[in-house]
Write a new protein. Structure first.
Length: 256
């Protein structure tokens, strides 16, 4: 289990920005030192570093923003020890990313920033500005920015500030060699609802379960599949107002 996963399991969202702000520079110190000792690349061949020593291969399990780097490294392999291009994804930045980016820029590397979502009061609550602070710094410091969508660009303009440098919108692709429509309905006896992504925020689960409850009032063949990782502290929360209460069979990648 990674440090990031462990923190999401143990630390409620409201306290994570403060913890990351305090510990991030310490975690980044060894990486910054190795970058300072790295020789400059003069041949112009792009060598990319994605902010992590290891990026999961396509055959390894991965979730969240790291998947973008996972696929991209098939064309541009991850090169932590010798690089001239730092490519970071806002939804999966390493701890101490601002410090790492600063060290990389000092060694002549260019920064490419992939901007996804932002924190806002209605979702994050207290501490949303602290979450956005490193995103804003890196967004404006980048040599080039890819926005995940027009919605992401507008959100970033509002909560991170309007960028003055070059950018473009690059929508998330789908590998149609891997993901194709089924020839027939794999579960014709049920209406299947899917909650994708990771489940580290309580409102995501709460909303999904309330939707399921409403659907079950109209038809009894519905079921919900929940994917991704989840935080252990969520198990202690209850969902009032549901006919079936808190489901004891809750688990990763399990249906109800």
């Amino acid at each position: 289990m990674t440090i990031r996963s462990l923190l999401k399991q143990l630390v409620p969202p409201a306290f994570r920005p403060l913890l990351a702000r305090l510990l991030g520079p310490l975690w980044a110190l060894p990486r910054c030192c190795s970058i300072f000792l790295m020789r400059r690349i003069k041949d112009g061949v792009p060598r990319v570093y994605y902010g992590y020593a290891h990026i999961p291969r396509k055959t390894e399990h991965a979730r969240g923003g790291i998947i973008k780097s996972q696929i991209l490294q098939e064309l541009f392999p991850n090169s932590p020890s010798l690089f001239n291009l730092l490519y970071l994804v806002s939804s999966r930045i390493p701890y101490g990313a601002v410090q790492v980016a600063g060290a990389a820029r000092m060694k002549g590397a260019h920064l490419v920033w992939n901007q996804n979502g932002v924190a806002y009061p209605a979702w994050h609550g207290t501490g949303w500005r602290a979450v956005n602070a490193p995103l804003a710094t890196l967004l404006h410091a980048a040599d080039y920015v890819f926005y995940q969508s027009e919605f992401c660009r507008r959100s970033a303009d509002r909560y991170l500030g309007v960028r003055k440098g070059p950018w473009e919108i690059l929508y998330n692709p789908v590998d149609t060699d891997t993901f194709t429509p089924a020839v027939s309905d794999p579960d014709p006896r049920h209406l299947v609802l899917l909650l994708g992504g990771n489940q580290y925020q309580f409102y995501r689960l709460s909303t999904a379960f309330h939707v399921l409850a409403e659907v079950l009032r109209h038809r009894s063949d519905a079921k919900l599949i929940v994917t991704g990782g989840y935080a252990g502290w969520l198990m202690k929360r209850r969902l009032p107002g549901l006919p079936f209460g808190w489901l004891p069979s809750w688990g990763c990648k399990r249906g109800f």
